[in-house]
Design a protein around this ligand. Structure first.
Ligand SMILES: C[S@@+](CC[C@H](N)C(=O)[O-])C[C@H]1O[C@@H](n2cnc3c(N)ncnc32)[C@H](O)[C@@H]1O
Length: 210
């Protein structure tokens, strides 16, 4: 499967925005320990991840959040990392092996048209989508696939960088998420990011005929 071009720019369905996929080599900067000074993974995802959980990391890059989440889920949990760039996942696996966490981490190379999560449908306890949604060509499809993979009432943390995503862009993204069956639980304050905690809506009970 061909890797996504680093310079590729394309229109996102339903919006006027252009899309830039993060080049794989930038993954090294994103995974740098110095980033902790600005974005501390334990503080950002710590409130939502518990031992034994199955966590989905969409667009994990080289695993800046995946490795801390693998520590948080413990030996009985797992973190499923889905990215469209094999080089990101290769480096993520190397880092996980060095940290002794590879047994809790599963990497999946996705295509742009699907995250290929059918086999884990309804099993995900928590999803992180950090700085990835604005890179995807079809947000309706993306949120729909994530929603199907999640357990009912499970939480998703959605964070988008203010440098790439305007308030209006983010509102459009939220509309796509709501349309796919998520509701907003809380708008979070996070430096350099627009951030929101979403919940997969439970299906409403069937109306009884009188
Ligand atoms: C800016 S990086 C963020 C990486 C990581 N979440 C972090 O905060 O360090 C965006 C990542 O999303 C991936 N990505 C872009 N489009 C994607 C898609 N449709 N499905 C899965 N991953 C995608 C890119 O390959 C890249 O690794």
């Amino acid at each position: 499967m061909p890797e996504t071009s680093q310079t590729e720019t394309r229109q996102i369905r339903g919006t006027r925005r252009e899309r830039h996929v993060c080049p794989w080599w930038l993954g090294y900067f994103l995974a740098s320990p110095l980033r902790r000074l600005l974005e501390n993974p334990e503080q950002i995802v710590g409130p939502y991840v518990r031992e034994g959980m199955t966590v989905l990391d969409v667009g994990p890059g080289m695993g800046y959040f995946s490795l801390p989440m693998a520590r948080m889920v413990g030996e009985d949990g797992r973190v499923i990392c889905v990215d469209i760039q094999g080089k990101m996942l290769e480096s993520l696996r190397k880092r996980a092996r060095r940290a002794g966490l590879l047994g809790r981490i599963e990497t999946r190379l996705a295509s742009e048209s699907s995250l290929d999560l059918d086999d884990v449908s309804g099993t995900i306890d928590f999803t992180l989508a950090f700085a990835v949604v604005h890179e995807t060509p079809d947000q309706t499809l993306l949120f729909g696939e994530i929603q199907s993979a999640m357990k009912s009432s499970a939480l998703m943390l959605l964070c988008e960088p203010t440098g790439h995503v305007t308030r209006q862009d983010f509102d459009e993204t939220l509309a796509f998420a709501h349309g796919a069956g998520f509701e907003t639980v809380q708008v979070l304050k996070m430096k350099r990011n627009r951030s929101v905690l979403l919940r997969k809506k439970t299906p409403s009970p069937m109306r009884q005929n009188p």
